[in-house]
Design a protein around this ligand. Structure first.
Ligand code: R5P
Length: 292
């Protein structure tokens, strides 16, 4: 097995190749001899892949990484591998999972249809909606990233786990069970893309070190408001731990209310504290209908 990475996922790809005992194949990005005087992506895979099972890894965020992925699939295929497993650690465009208004693009489906061309299976993580897997024609699987969050929190001296909304309850339950800690949840209403509000609720957090657990931080609105609520109710320390850290717009300003913010390496950022490589390695080792 050999691992090839897009520029969005290099650190995770190195971790994955170590976890799998697979060879990491270097790739050149944006280094066309002579160069094109524009912003177009360029890739060149610097190794032999003939007859190999290749794990190609690239998050589809931000947009240029999508184009880069399409180029990589072409480059990898040209090198005649036996099989290509595409790992998309963070599936960008996953939140437009339906046509909310007439005439809208079904972005998640459009992306799935294009990135699957030339690969034999797809593995991704922390999907906004697992139904997105049905948009792929090749075998597609969602890998759970929460065990990685749980592993990180086990070493963080946490007393209490909080889910900031209904969607996060299953995540908080998993993490609380693994850590042997109590948990609770807030009930969230989204006002618009940037603002949310919570139903009033008394939480048993006075004097405690609390971890807010969620799949993704985007604008930071959800976690920041939950952290504010926790502090108002007497929490001593608030740590936010998520799989995907997007941190768009003024997210970091909002998140100043948290004592710590930790995210996995699906999207590298200043909050990256732990890797989901063990989760993807385990999934790649297991049987899949796409295997050749
Ligand atoms: C919502 O269902 C998700 O689990 C996250 O809570 C949400 O996407 C986070 O977005 P933001 O950081 O913009 O509040």
């Amino acid at each position: 097995m050999k691992v090839v990475s897009g520029s969005a996922s290099v650190a995770l790809a190195h971790e994955l190749s170590t976890a799998m005992g697979a060879k990491f194949i270097e790739t050149a990005y944006e280094k066309h001899p002579g160069g094109f005087p524009d912003d177009e992506r360029y890739v060149r895979v610097l190794g032999d892949l003939a007859g190999d099972h290749v794990v190609l890894i690239q998050s589809t965020h931000p947009d240029p990484k999508v184009v880069e992925l399409l180029l990589l699939i072409d480059a990898v295929r040209e090198l005649r591998p036996r099989m290509v497993s595409l790992v998309i650690p963070y599936f960008g465009y996953g939140r437009q999972d339906k046509r909310f208004e007439p005439g809208e693009a079904l972005s998640a489906k459009a992306l799935a249809k294009h990135v699957q061309v030339g690969v034999d299976e797809v593995l991704t993580m922390g999907l906004h909606n697992p139904d997105i897997l049905t948009f792929f024609d090749v075998p597609a699987r969602e890998v759970n990233g929460m065990p990685a969050v749980g592993r990180y929190l086990r070493g963080r001296d946490i007393d209490f786990i909080l889910a900031p909304d209904d969607n996060a309850i299953r995540h908080a339950k998993d993490v609380a069970k693994a850590a042997g800690k109590p948990w609770d949840a807030l009930s969230k209403t989204r006002i618009d893309s940037y603002n949310v509000k919570f139903e009033p609720k008394k939480l048993d957090v006075r004097g405690k070190r609390v971890a807010i657990v969620d799949d993704v931080i985007s604008t930071g609105g959800t976690v920041a408001l939950a952290a504010k609520e926790l502090k108002q109710q007497g929490a001593r320390h608030v740590l936010a731990a998520v799989v995907h850290g997007l941190f768009v717009a003024s997210a970091w300003d909002k998140l100043a209310v948290c004592d710590e913010v930790a995210a996995s390496d699906t999207i590298p950022s200043r909050a990256t504290r732990f890797s989901v490589a063990p989760e993807f390695a385990a999934a790649l080792r297991s049987e899949s209908p796409g295997r050749k």
